[in-house]
Each structure stands twice: as C-alpha cells, then as structure tokens.
Design a protein around this ligand. Structure first.
Ligand SMILES: *Cc1c(COP(=O)(O)O)cnc(C)c1O
Ligand SMILES: [Zn+2]
Length: 435
C-alpha cells in the first residue's frame, strides 16, 4: 500500500516520504511510524488471496511476512525483497501449560520457528528490504541478542555488509555466535549501550550506514504480520487475549498497530486485549502504566531473560497507545516464575527461550487475580527458540540457576541427568524407580 512516514507525537504529526532514511522525527525527535495514505482494502478478497498464496511456490508468497504485503509499505516495489521464508510459525496447543496457567485452553504462537530462531526475523526482512530500496550497502545495530543474529542473516542473504556493535563485557554467546556465523563485522566498544548508540548515529550519517535498531519503523511493520498470520490461522476469529513479553516494546507496538489496521479495514470486529509481561528487575513499563506518572527508566535492569533486560524501552509511547487502544494490561513476573513456566512449556514438548516464558508466568498471575478468566480464549506469543539459551536450561534442571542477585532459584520442575554404572541390572532398577 502507498505509505509515508509520520511523527508519532500527536502535537507534531510531521510527515516525510517513505524513502527518507530517518529514524526519529527531524522536527521534534519523536518516534516515526508508517502511515498508509490509501484507505481502501477489501477484506474478503484479501483473506482469500492470502490463503491461496499458501499453496504458491513463489518466494514472496511463501514468506509468512510478504504473503500479507498489501498491508506493508512497499507498494508494488517487491523486487528488492530479502526473504528467508520467515514467518509460517505454528499455533500449538499446550494443555499442560493451560492447566498450569489456570486456563481451560491455551494456544502458543511460536515465533521461535523463524529462520534465525526469533520474531526479529519478521521485522528484519522488512528492515533489510528497506535498506536495499535505499541502496545502502552497510547496515548496523547495537545488540548482543536476537536482533544482531537476525540482522546478520538478512543482510548477508542480501549481499550487504552487516555491522554489529556490542557493549563491552556484555555478551550472550548463543546469539553472538549466530551473528559471527552469518558474517557480521562485530565491534566490541568500550562503552555502555546508550553511548554506543550515540556513536553509531554519528557514524551512520558519516558513512551512509542504515540503522536497524529497535525503533526502525520498517521492522515494526514486518512484525505486524505475526498478528495477521495468527488470525489467518484461526480463520479470522480473534482471541480474547494476546499475551507477549515486553522489552523494548517494539512488538507490543507492532501488535497494536496490526489490530488497529485490521479493524480499520474491516478484517475483524472484535479487538483482542494485549497483555504485556515484563520481568520484575526490568519493568519500567509496568511501573509507568500502574502509576500513570512520568516515564522512568530503570538504570540497571536485571533479569536472566536477557531478551527483555531493557531499562529504557524506546517504543514506550507507542506501546502505551496500544495498551490503551486494546484495553490491555501490563504485568510483571519474578525470575522463579519465569524459570518454572519455561520448564512447563518444555514439558509440553514445545520449549522456548526465557523471555518467552514470561508469558505463561504472567498468565498464571493474571488468572489468579481474575483479570483473565479460565474460559477466555488466550494466545501466548513465544518469541524465541529453546536453543537460544542452553546454559540457562542446564542450570535450571540441575539446580544451579542463580538469579541476578546471586540467589539460587528452586528447580521445581527440574530434570536432572542421572549418572549410571555400566550394568544392565542397575540401570533397570534406576528406570523402574518412581521419579
Ligand atoms: C526482542 C525480544 C523480546 C522483546 O521484544 P520487544 O519488542 O523488545 O519488547 C522478547 N523475546 C525475545 C526472544 C526477543 O528476541
Ligand atoms: Zn515530530
């Protein structure tokens, strides 16, 4: 669809061409969003076309992002598209998890099935496609996490040069390993996250690097398709709740925008409520929504769920708008609650990374407090793959997982490996014993 960039600040609303390489409003420094300048899209024929594309062998149709291209800001300019067949992630029933959370039924939308193992791929395919449209050869982000893994993969797939900046002494090996393998030039800078971001902004202008950080509005556009695909898979029956973890709050912003657009164009009539779950040690958005005071960042965010260890979430103004528009809620959960919920998701045969498990922990809390009812139709979005953080898993199951304060967490659903002698009788005895 034809689109432009618009300032998100309600008292500015300045507009810019869709091909301006800007990251914040040049007039007021506010966040930018994509705004469609057309107002017509037939929901019934779109639903039919999108469903038909699932049987197509065209790369564009096979992507669970670009299949919904009518609601993406690349109006017919699809020759630049960089796709690794992202999206196409399953809806999975988790009966054991439902019971644990206090629900009759619970469905997971598992974004860990993406090419690099997280929902960042849904956004990155659009972000890197925009870089190609702008004829940029170099792209960069500041991240030690899933963003760098995803950016490295998509940029390399497009023949671009990915550059990953990582704060000194703050490395997550599983994800960094992906960035290295996918060919990102990786610079470890002696500075903290904010200082590096400032540095990268200067360099981006000077060297013509396109930035693919969390506020990039094209990444948000791609992430909308998580909602499009989920509703398509449910034959356009909206659930009562969509539960997701909140870090930088880009996904919250994307989900809310997707739902508003689907309503605006008549695809759905009922809007699901968003429930955003944060970790207790990194919950600035929770505090803000509860108090409705001034937004205060958390200077030293702490959680083992590194994907949501964010003290100063850049997209909070958008997320606030979406929580309000969807009559949503924000909850926070402890390290122990995240760890236990994660093990339960594992026992469903599903598995996820720690940040994703905050969803089930949050559901249990919201059901107990009566916000979510047992009979509600709930979809929880699992954001990352179980293999992103194997160290956490091994430590949990062997009773060695310590929270950021150094306190050992209980291994309530632990599953210890057993050392056994080279002896059939003794092994038989071990296997017959009750667990
Ligand atoms: C990025 C990420 C999050 C946080 O999403 P935001 O959009 O920053 O709120 C949660 N889980 C995983 C696995 C992630 O990679
Ligand atoms: Zn502005």
């Amino acid at each position: 669809m034809l689109a432009e960039l618009a300032c998100f600040e309600q008292n500015c609303r300045a507009r810019f061409p869709i091909t301006d390489a800007i990251y914040n409003c040049p007039e007021c420094n506010g966040l930018l969003e994509v705004r469609f300048t057309e107002s017509k899209l037939d929901p019934e024929s779109s639903k039919r076309v999108w469903r038909e594309r699932r049987t197509s062998n065209q790369p564009l149709d096979q992507s669970g992002v670009w299949r919904y291209r009518e609601l993406l800001p690349f109006d017919g300019q699809h020759q630049h598209v960089v796709s690794l067949r992202e999206g196409n992630t399953p809806l999975l029933d988790g009966p054991r998890a439902a019971q644990y959370g206090g629900l009759d039924r619970l469905t997971f939308k598992h974004q860990g099935f993406n090419p690099t193992g997280s929902f960042k791929d849904n956004g990155m395919t659009c972000g890197v496609t925009q870089a190609v449209r702008l004829h940029r050869q170099r792209v960069a982000c500041v991240s030690t996490g899933n963003t760098s893994a995803s950016m490295a993969a998509y940029a390399s797939a497009a023949g671009l040069d990915p550059i990953v900046f990582i704060p000194h002494g703050n490395i997550s090996y599983g994800k960094l390993a992906q960035a290295l393998e996918y060919g990102a030039r990786t610079l470890q800078v002696e500075a903290n996250f904010d200082q590096i971001l400032a540095l990268v902004r200067v360099l981006a202008d000077r060297l013509g690097i396109y930035l693919l950080n969390s506020i990039n509005p094209f990444r948000i556009e791609g992430q909308k398709t998580i909602i499009f695909e989920m509703l398509d898979q449910r034959d356009w029956n909206p659930p009562d709740w969509i539960v997701l973890p909140g870090g930088n709050l880009g996904n919250t912003s994307a989900f809310g925008k997707a739902l508003r657009e689907l309503c605006q164009f008549g695809f759905i009539r009922k809007v699901p409520r968003l429930a955003v779950i944060q970790a207790e040690g990194a919950a600035p958005f929770y505090d803000f929504v509860r108090t409705r005071g001034e937004f205060r960042s958390v200077p030293d965010p702490k959680t083992l769920a590194t994907a949501i260890r964010i003290g100063d979430p850049v997209s909070w103004p958008k997320a606030l708008h979406e929580i309000t528009a969807s009559n949503g809620v924000v909850e926070k959960v402890s390290e122990q609650e995240i760890a236990d919920a994660k093990a339960i998701i594992g026992r469903c045969g599903i598995g996820c990374e720690p940040a994703s498990a905050a969803t089930l922990a949050g559901i249990q809390k919201l059901v107990r407090s009566g916000v979510i009812r047992a009979s509600d139709d709930v979809v929880a979005v699992l954001t990352g793959n179980v293999l992103k953080d194997p160290d956490y898993i091994y430590r949990y199951h062997t009773g060695q997982l310590t929270d950021p304060e150094g306190k050992t967490l209980e291994s309530r659903f632990g599953n210890r490996p057993v050392v056994a002698p080279n002896d059939a009788d003794q092994i038989a005895k071990i296997l017959e014993a009750k667990i």
